[in-house]
Design a binder for this molecule. Structure first.
Ligand SMILES: Cc1ncc(COP(=O)(O)O)c(C=O)c1O
Length: 354
């Protein structure tokens, strides 16, 4: 007999939905009514529970708080044109979560808990899915080491949680980025490809410095010589040089972005020449001087497709030409959005519709 996953559901008695201003969502300001919680203890996953969103109780000795054994994902659910609900690319997010958990020596949450948990949660809070263009229900699965023991050790207990919140697009205007030549986000052999908390905490300081200089984000370079472009904030980066869509190749220092993969697939199917290859800072300078670079943008679940207006390199601000709807990035962005909202067919099987 096939095992059927049971998830216990305890619904909230008073929804906070009336407090939401769907015209001014911003990013991270609202959290939906429910969350999923599932504990792991020495080889066993307990029955997942959907409960009203609330604070968690944890020991101050929880290993995650001291040694950073935490991993997260960022995904989106959309209200489709025909009223259905779509969670985008569940499989790819799950595979990445698995890789992150493995790297951080954390138990891998079973796929059925991940998938069923997301479905039940989004189903229950589907009124929270915004419908305005560019908005979505952001889904935040995460896991932390919950064992209460303060010696440095691999935790044997974990808590897996998913919560969600309605968001609009992260950036509302083209961004300015600073090529980072001093600080490092990731180096070979490290955790750059994992979505673990420490990568983000470590990026705060250089990002804060870049913000004080008037930039929105840093554009990371490789940890060895700071010569190769890697990624930016919570986004992969793409450039259009000589009409070709160019992005740094994946490896152990770059997060395998779901948006990056989706845009490359769509672009290739539109007959656009795509190159996943190393890009040096010098190549960018050369392309600016020769006016062969026509577009630069970030790509990520939270940021969507974020046009870059200025790239700061070694004291010089290089400006991209003004953008218009004819730009390559907007064409592939539009197709991605149309697929997610069910306005056109999904030839890739990316949508999980219910
Ligand atoms: C460091 C980093 N790079 C790239 C991305 C873009 O990945 P995705 O498109 O899967 O959101 C993210 C966001 O998850 C990120 O945190």
């Amino acid at each position: 007999m096939e095992d059927v996953l049971t998830i216990t559901v305890h619904k909230t008695r008073s929804s906070r939905l009336p407090e939401v201003d769907f015209n001014y969502l911003g990013f991270g300001n609202y959290i939906s009514d429910h969350m999923l919680v599932c504990d792991y203890d020495r080889g066993e996953w307990e029955t997942p529970k959907v409960v009203p969103f609330a604070n968690l109780s944890l020991s101050p000795a929880s290993l995650a708080l001291h040694y950073g054994q935490t991993v997260f994902e960022g995904m989106k659910a959309f209200k489709m044109k025909d009223g259905g609900v779509n969670i985008f690319r569940i499989d790819k997010h799950y595979e990445r979560l698995q890789r992150s958990l493995d790297r951080m020596c954390m138990a891998v949450v079973p796929k059925e808990i991940f998938v069923e948990g997301l479905l039940q949660l989004v189903q229950l809070d589907k009124e929270w899915i915004p419908t305005k263009e560019g908005s979505a229900l952001y889904l935040r699965p995460f896991m932390y080491a919950s064992e209460a023991k303060f010696g440095v050790k691999i935790s044997e207990q974990f808590r897996f949680v998913i919560f969600s919140g309605p968001v609009s697009e992260f950036y509302t205007k083209p961004i300015k980025v600073k090529v980072e030549r001093q600080f490092t986000r990731a180096s070979h052999g490290g955790t750059g490809y994992a979505k673990c908390g420490g990568n983000y905490g470590a990026s705060y300081y250089p990002t804060k410095l870049a913000r004080e200089e008037g930039f929105d984000q840093v554009l990371w370079t490789d940890g060895k010589n700071h010569e190769h472009i890697e990624e930016s904030g919570m986004m992969n980066v793409m450039f259009v040089i000589d009409g070709k869509l160019i992005t740094p190749p994946l490896g152990d220092t770059i997060l395998d972005g779901v948006t990056r993969d989706s845009l490359l697939t769509i672009a290739a199917d539109k007959g656009i020449e795509c190159e996943e290859r190393p890009i040096t800072v010098d190549e960018l300078v050369f392309a600016f001087r020769n006016r062969t670079i026509s577009e630069a943008f970030g790509a990520g679940t939270a940021a969507g497709v974020a046009p870059i207006e200025t790239i700061h390199i070694d004291g010089v601000n290089y400006h991209l030409p003004e953008y218009s709807p004819e730009n390559l990035m907007f064409k592939i962005k539009t197709t991605l959005e149309e697929i997610r909202l069910g306005k056109i067919a999904d030839p890739y099987g990316w949508n999980f519709v219910f």
